[in-house]
Ligand binder design. Sequence first.
Ligand code: KG4
Ligand code: ZN
Length: 344
Amino acid sequence: MDRKTLFSEKTVNIGTESGYDNYIMAIESSCDETACAIVKNGREVIANIVASQIKTHEKFGGVIPEIAAREHLDAINVVVEEAFEQSGIAPEQITAFAGTVGPGLVGCLLVGLNAAKTLALVHDKPFIGVNHLNAHLCANYIDTDLKPPFMALLVSGGHTQIIDVESYSKQTILGETIDDAVGEAYDKVARLIGLPYPGGPRLDKLAQIGNPKAFELPEGKVEGYNFSFSGLKTAVLRLVKSFDGKELPINDICASFQECVSKTLVKKLKKALEERGYNQVVIAGGVAANSEIRKKVFALESDGCKVFAPAMKYCTDNASMVASCAYFNTNTFDDIDVEVFSRA
Ligand code: KG4
Ligand code: ZN
């Protein structure tokens, strides 16, 4: 694809057909990670810097948007400098600068997006705006030879979707959650049983030492490829209350919850995969780091299916996936005037 720079209006050919090595620098700041990366040809990570705000938000039990935005401001220049340093690449060698446009927290997105736009303007390179959800999917292109078509399960703090990825740019959402996202359900249940923020990974750890059959929890009954997790959350609340202040069998509750969630997700993913006749499937998003979901999805390999899951550090928010998304032109925004958006 041809991209123009703003000042000199020079045309730059970017992506799989460009015929030369592309080095894309990307910035991600949609929630509580300030990240900058440089990726060669969409698949080879040259630098990957992530400044996490977990310690700041831990004491509040969740992300406070205003504080998050201020922390992005503090970290943004540092992560960009570190990415240049780690890569040994000079700004003039960068092919294009990319930044996350949304969905995410508006104040947070503004910091990273404006930094990416500024870098593009100052160095007279094209700017590429990226959708955060598409970027999560593209994390699967890193260090692999994955090519569409494939079926994708996207599970993050804000989204739960089954997506038919027909080509790098053509994707159809087959189903999504009608209430809570999987990550949100994990975080809410974790809080309910007294685990600190961020609850998802902590719940996952305890689930691994609990009995998944200890409690029968209800799977959300929704048509087609859609999901519902709010009923499950209420069922856990009822279960917790039934102990009436007595010590909770926390590990067993975690394991039973995790079993219910992973079973529901993988059942529908498998159905979509079979219906479409694809032999490749990917998982993506922060919750793709979950041990049981990974295990159940990788079990699909026994049906002759190729399974892809990003390395742990590319599951949760990072900028390498944003650079990859810009390279493969996965529904990107070329216009430097593009504005941030909060919801998909
Ligand atoms: O994709 P992500 O980093 O941010 C969003 O775009 O939302 O996902 C964050 C979510 C959080 O809800 C977090 O609790 C969850 O991913 N998460 C996990 C695990 N690791 C992160 N949930 C369950 N098990 C995990 N191992
Ligand atoms: Zn994310």
